[in-house]
Design a protein around this ligand. Sequence first.
Ligand code: NOJ
Length: 546
Amino acid sequence: MDNLWYKNAVIYELSIKAFKDSSSDGKGDIPGLISKLDYLCWLGINCIWMLPIYPSPGLDDGYDISDYYSIDPAYGTMDDFKELIAQAHLRGIRIIGELVLNHTSDRHPWFLDAKKGPESEYHNYYVWSDTYKKYEDARIIFSDTERSNWTWCDECGKYYWHRFFSSQPDLNFENEKVREEMKRVFRFWFELGLDGFRVDAVPYLFEREGTDCENLPETHQYIRELRKIIDEEYPDRILLAEANQWPEDLIKYFGDGDEFHMAFNFPLMPRIFMAFQKENSEPIINIIKQIPDIPSNCQWAVFLRNHDELTLEMCTDEERDDMYNLYAKDKRMQINMGIRRRLNPLLDNDRRKVELAYALLFTLPGTPVIYYGDEIGMGDNIYLGDRNGVRTPMQWNEDRNAGFSDSKPSMLYSPVIIDPEYNYNAVNVEAQVSSPSSLLSFIKRLINKSKSHMVFGNGYIDFIETNNKKILAYIRFDNEEKALCVFNLSSKAEAVKLDLQEYTGLTPVELLGGSAFPVIPENENYIITLSHHSFLIFMLEQRDNS
Ligand code: NOJ
């Protein structure tokens, strides 16, 4: 059973750099994170997803790796890493790291050697061409910065292939040595006790002429090989796919339960925001109905925001325009095909909308992923470059540098947020821990209550027909439990009639407060009223009402 731990986990995404600095150099580090494990434990999360910690020139915030077998010295030592794993495990927290398979930094020793030409033993680790007129159907992902997926290398006299920044040459997965090398990396970190990997940029491992170079069968074959290693040698570890794809392609990454354990639900995420903006439940219902069931040993990772832009790649042109219009009027909020804002600013810092979004996150099918800082409603800084505006230091208290670091403020890797609405003086962990009405306390309660019901991680979903499209209502159910979840997406109070005939005689018991509501009557609709942007989650219980 324990090997399925990820189905009922609550994942907390953090960047070591941004979380807590213990050495006063202005950058977070592993000992800093260790010192905050008790906070995460208190919050109730049981899995940390840690962004890249490898040595890197930092041109893509660590996703440009120059050595897969060590840790950036600014973040700590291997001993620190082992201590982190040990301390986290002691507290029942698992840690998953990053496996960046698709590309390295252009300063990785393999690439530096490969550039010398075909005589280099590493030349074939990368994808070279004499012409840029190859694989022309592949889209450009970082469309704001890159003109082509090919970049000319003077030293080699050839073009090299890259799906992201030109400083991130793609590895050549046709080369068996590359495939084996990445398996070594994978085993190396598992031997050190890592509990799994979020696998970066999965769809792009292989290239083939005449295709868009995404989701090729060879990629699935390679993932199956990685999974086999896990099943045979590390059965309690997991692989989580970053595959930003439409449902039909995304779902294939679960294979027959023999590829990824988990995958981010990219198609669902923007539709949660669309439902808010349209005050209409349909975007959520339609997309979930479009997504086929997944194998029973697999799980969605559900998220609202992360360290990247809120990607709109899995949207139609019309949907994307709507999203930009409503969520990113200022061009500075846009990047590539997405919106670089944190959750609270996206939802107008409206506490009710934010709570509603979290209630969806914790009750829609899958395992919830919280982005660091969003649990206290941190703001962003759209004047910082790239996606750095959503990567500012964690706000711990009202001390210097928000309690993140003792360094001089000018040494910080990024300025802290000081704009009035989100100033760290007010928006910080210390201020919210002790306040029962804070966002943080709400999230802690939601985690705590939802974690005590396995149905949210394991159960199926059935949407309930309503007479009011502004209300989203569904039942989560498994063999043991049933939960009724009702959300008012509207900015006005609404009433809804729910057809709950299947559940006649059951008592809805509100999850957060424990109050029992009237028993579901026979042959009558159940009427619920909800104030604006509010929600109710009930466990449906068989009670003796006599
Ligand atoms: C996805 C990561 O989340 C993003 O931050 C990065 O820029 C690209 N992959 C390239 O590695």
